[in-house]
Write a protein that binds this ligand. Structure first.
Ligand code: PGA
Length: 252
């Protein structure tokens, strides 16, 4: 059984004070509603400490949106996995399409971060997904394959329990366009199949694959009803209790 895993990626939103207030409201609302999904929120780096304090003891996972590919050193403006772990953060989102497109992150670079996160004992939410042009030119499967192979290079089977995949079609992120549940499910099935080939069918069966891209209160149920969709990585709709609560309680 794959437990539903719903994550909120706050992106560059929420100051420390606003984030802490929101996180306590969210934690309270989730508890009152009897939320029983695995829940994660990923605030900006500077907001993480205040949010950790606000959700202490609630079981909500606080993750980072990124990290550097080195342990320490002369990398101005960067944050290392050791710094995150020292705060109590053990989960990191890597390979988000905004990092790939705005900051030029390659699969090779993402792979170095994935390997370092694993070495540091952290869990990873690895984002993959195609652009509209790639989908329309029939390259969806080729793109997903090369991202999976590149990003997971040298990741051992025994470490795959640390990896969650988030399938996020780039054209659906922040645009209000969602992949249909059928299209999303077939991309997820393809990813699961590739993981079975790269690792084993057991590992593929246990792999949590989140869908991301304009997930909201009205489409979450149909998406989550699909066999291969095990969770969601939510951007815009994770920024208010009113919008996020129906998503984290989709199964109530
Ligand atoms: P969105 O973002 O829900 O605002 O489309 C999803 C994401 O980028 O993770």
């Amino acid at each position: 059984m794959r437990k539903p895993y719903i994550a909120g990626n706050w992106k560059m939103n929420m100051t420390p004070s606003a984030g802490a207030a929101f996180a306590s409201d969210l934690a309270r609302a989730a508890k009152e509603a009897g939320c029983d999904v695995k829940m994660m929120i990923a605030p900006p780096f500077v907001t993480i400490p205040a949010v950790l304090e606000a959700v202490k003891g609630t079981g909500i996972i606080v993750a980072a949106q990124n990290m550097n590919d080195h342990k320490s050193g002369a990398y101005t403006g960067e944050v290392s996995p050791e710094m995150l772990k020292d705060l109590g953060v053990n989960t990191v989102i890597l390979g988000h399409s905004e990092r790939r497109s705005y900051y030029g992150e390659s699969d090779e670079f993402i792979n170095r971060k994935v390997l370092l996160a694993i070495e540091e004992g952290m869990d990873v939410v690895l984002c993959v997904g195609e652009t509209l042009e790639e989908r329309e030119s029939g390259r969806l499967e080729a793109v997903l394959s090369s991202q999976l192979e590149g990003d997971l290079k040298d990741v051992k089977a025994s470490d795959m329990a640390r990896i969650t995949i988030a399938y996020e079609p780039v054209w659906a992120i922040g645009t209000g366009k969602t992949a249909t549940p059928e299209d999303a499910d077939s991309a997820h099935a393809f990813i699961r199949g590739r993981i079975a080939e790269m690792y084993s069918s057991d590992i593929a069966q246990n792999l949590i694959i989140q869908y991301g891209g304009s997930v909201n209160a009205s489409n979450v149920k149909a998406l989550m009803a699909k066999e291969n969709i095990d969770g969601a990585l939510v951007g815009g709709a994770s920024l208010s209790v009113e919008k996020f609560l129906p998503i984290i309680t989709f199964n109530k």
